[in-house]
Ligand binder design. Structure first.
Ligand code: NAD
Length: 240
């Protein structure tokens, strides 16, 4: 821990990449843990795709409503707050990239978070929006739809198989391109292109530090693996 704390103090620019484990201590389940109760028989890969939504729009919409309701009841944890406080003290020295769609980094005070996978708190149209879609509020339903053409509302998240928003990907790559230290927190490192950002930092010669109680696919490129929980270790790590 002490070595990593020194690296954080010395670093010119720190890129942080977070995943679902970052929000675990807020009570937001990781994908591995999210399949409880009614949803236990579904695999996230079968719920978080466009083809799943087109085949079973009500099922997928209701799964997202279930997750939205859970997220509405939780708060940013001490780890989110420690990162936000550091960024407020050193706005030029830290870029935060997240795979999380829960908005907790933003609620902790980091509005400039690069949200690679969108936001579960917002919707958008499934198909390109037509003039009729803009005229009246969508008709209620699971999911709501355009009363004229039937276009469906969908969560504004990036599903498996979809491209990341280009502006966010560009911003993330730019942050990695100028970092000399990367903190990779609470991600299993299996979802690309997000995981590739850690590989790119390593290839550029930046130090890569993993914070995760479990081994991950990215351990091989890490300068240090801290087997710690994010909310427990970040407050002391990010102190000046
Ligand atoms: P993942 O579920 O594949 O992996 C989570 C990782 O977090 C695991 O390696 C686990 O060991 C680690 N972890 C668990 N508790 C932790 C803690 N307290 N501190 C630090 N690490 C901890 O998640 P992923 O790598 O983010 O990738 C899966 C995809 O799921 C992403 O695309 C993400 O968008 C999506 N997702 C997002 C949320 C969210 O927004 N909160 C929740 C679930 C899934």
């Amino acid at each position: 821990m002490d070595t990593v704390r020194d690296w954080i103090r010395e670093a010119q620019h720190i890129a942080v990449l977070t995943g679902a484990g970052m929000s675990a201590e807020s009570g937001v389940p990781t994908f591995r843990d999210a399949q409880t109760g009614l949803w236990a028989r579904f695999n996230p890969q079968d719920l978080a795709t466009e083809s799943a939504f087109r085949a079973h729009p009500q099922r997928v919409w209701d799964w997202y409503q279930f997750r939205r309701e859970a997220i509405a009841q939780v708060q940013p944890n001490a780890g989110h707050r420690a990162l936000a406080a550091f960024a407020q003290r050193h706005p030029e020295r830290l870029s935060l990239i997240t795979q999380n769609v829960d908005g907790l980094h933003q609620r902790a005070g980091q509005p400039q978070t690069i949200a690679l996978h969108g936001s579960i708190l917002e919707d958008r149209w499934l198909d390109a929006s037509r003039a009729c879609c803009q005229i009246a509020a969508p008709a209620d339903g699971h999911p709501p739809r355009c009363a004229t053409c039937g276009n469906l509302r969908r969560p504004a998240v990036v599903w498996f198989g979809e491209n990341l928003p280009q502006a966010e990907l560009d911003a993330a790559e730019a942050a990695v391109g100028r970092c000399d230290l990367m903190l990779v927190i609470g991600t299993s490192g299996v979802v690309y292109p997000a995981a590739g950002l850690a590989l790119a930092a390593h290839q550029r010669g930046a130090r890569v530090v993993l914070i995760n109680p479990e081994p991950t696919e990215l351990d091989a490129v890490a300068s240090r693996c801290l087997r710690e929980r994010a909310a427990q270790c970040l407050p002391s790590l990010m102190e000046d």
